[in-house]
Write a protein that binds this ligand. Structure first.
Ligand code: GLV
Ligand code: MG
Length: 315
């Protein structure tokens, strides 16, 4: 390993993240009862401009009325972008009126590290002024060409003193718009492209996340009547190192939980790898073989990643 190491900043189970428009209190209540690990109450793109103020009020009420943690959920709020006139009031009202109830703020369309710095400065002041003991963390939505061009710098800003960044998400819909990419449905594959046209972007963001100890989360898949397409996208993201995916419809929650949970067989294999390597070590050997395949210290690190998630699910 390098002498420079950035361990995971914060372990949270985030296999499924259900997006809910804060303009719809019924959907918020249903989300609280869902099987999602995470729920984000949206103030941004799922809320039309005339509904923004009411949505903010609903969001604050839902944070205060529902005990999200008792329901086993991490609760996040997606504020409006820094280029809008809604964003400052989102942060001020939500933090002042419910800042000790939410866990993270999801900042959309992050383009440069200073976008997060600004939100952090506001959150800091409000937490101090209110005397909150809890600390709201940040998640960055990478969904513009600028954000992707700066994704390493944005991830690296997590190492600065005072940074609250703990995860980054890939927002494929806005990314497609920003890139002027031809797209068929949100997050779906374009048959004109040989393979997955989002591969390079997700791989780049995930690498930046893992380099600086952040969780990597894949964003939306728009066609909620295509569970197989959803699962295929989730599996591709998981193969690259993402640990969860958004659900833009309740029916996608179970699909995400399924794809991002290690199977019994994977957990058993992970335990066998660790046991086998322990035995090899006791016999003075670094490598060993399991089921006809070579395993070594890197296999142990991979196996431990599986067990961390399995233990978080069991907890
Ligand atoms: C999410 O916000 C996206 O644009 O995909
Ligand atoms: Mg977006």
């Amino acid at each position: 390993m390098s002498h420079t190491l950035h361990p995971l900043r914060r372990q949270r189970l985030q296999r499924s993240e259900l997006a809910v428009p804060s303009s719809n209190p019924t959907m918020i209540e249903k989300a609280a009862e869902s099987a999602a690990d995470y729920v984000f109450l949206d103030l941004e793109d799922a809320v039309a401009p005339p509904e923004k103020e009411q949505a903010r009020k609903n969001c604050i009420q839902a944070l205060n009325d529902i005990d999200w943690a008792a329901k086993g959920k991490t609760v996040s709020v997606r504020i409006n972008g820094l280029d809008t006139h809604y964003m400052y009031r989102d942060v001020v009202d939500v933090m002042e009126q419910a800042g000790d109830k939410l866990h993270t703020i999801l900042v959309p369309k992050v383009g440069v590290p200073a976008d997060l710095y600004m939100v952090e400065a506001m959150v800091n002041q409000i937490e101090m002024a209110r005397g909150y003991r809890s600390k709201v963390m940040l998640e960055a939505l990478i969904e513009t060409a600028l954000g992707m061009a700066n994704v390493e710098a944005i991830a690296q800003s997590a190492t600065l003193p005072g940074s609250r960044l703990e995860a980054m998400h890939f927002g494929v819909a806005d990314f497609a718009a920003s890139m002027r990419a031809r797209t068929v449905n949100i997050g779906g594959l374009n048959p004109d492209y040989p393979g997955d046209q989002w591969h390079a972007a997700i791989a780049r963001m995930t690498t930046a996340c893992r380099a600086y100890g952040l969780r990597a989360i894949d964003g939306p898949f728009g066609d909620f009547s295509d569970p197989e397409g959803y699962k295929a996208g989730a599996r591709r993201a998981a193969a690259l190192g993402c640990e969860g995916k958004w659900a833009i419809h309740p029916s996608q929650v179970d699909l995400a939980n399924e794809v991002f949970s290690p199977t019994e067989a994977e957990v058993t294999k992970a335990r066998r790898i660790i046991a086998e390597l322990k035995a090899a070590e006791a016999a003075g050997k670094g490598a060993a073989s399991l089921d006809g395949k070579m395993i070594d210290a890197a296999s142990e690190r991979m196996a431990k990643n599986v067990l961390v998630i399995a233990e978080a699910i069991a907890a």
